[in-house]
Design a protein around this ligand. Sequence first.
Ligand code: FE2
Ligand code: FE2
Length: 256
Amino acid sequence: MGNAHRSWQDWARFFVCRSHRPLPALEQDRDYSTLPDSLARSLAIFQLGESGGGTIIRQALHNKLQGTNEYYAAALALFVEEEHRHANILAMCVRLLGGTLIRSNWTARLFVFARRLIGLRLKVVVLLAAEVVGLCYYHLLAIHLPPSRLRSQLLEIVEDERSHLYFHCDFLRSQTSTRWRKKVFVVVWRTVMFCAAVVVAVDHRKALRDLNIGLSRVLTRWRSYSGLAEALVVSESDSSRVRATVSSLDGMESCI
Ligand SMILES: [Fe+2]
Ligand SMILES: [Fe+2]
């Protein structure tokens, strides 16, 4: 689902359609010993981050925000389920790489702290930042892996995260109808996104270095997707400029 401004009923239907996907079978007998240990650790941190979400479902059910309804709450619950599916897939990947799952990590604690501190709208801003960071990071990891089911699973997660980005942008767009609200969003969004990028870049620097992924490349991609998300939320209309940005980013993804 690439376009913004779907109804919440459409989104709920979209997530229902994807909710029946079975967990993939990864190649148990494949030798991944040439891949660095830091990759498993990095995926274990993201696995932890994909595991939460109960509070936001309750908040969406009881919120009185204009522009949302029971279908939004249903779609959000299905979105959280999809993130839990990612957590299960990443857990399989970590084990396959010989790594260990973790129960606590400072970046995951920071994201949880930020999500608990604030209301539904700001929670979704934090979630959106996590989507941007996650989809770019998973993609860069995947394209540096040899062809394998591990790689194709990461790329499938990237596709899911991209639709999550559109989903959260639809919500935030429904909450920023006035000019001052758009301005507040832009300031908050850029601040949250900057903080998210810095903490993830610091926490995952070893995996980035071991896989030869330059920091400037990661930052450029984060900046592109963060600009796309901002445009999807605040642009005056469903403009061709935003659609063109989406297309060019998607084209960039497939040809790297
Ligand atoms: Fe995810
Ligand atoms: Fe996501």
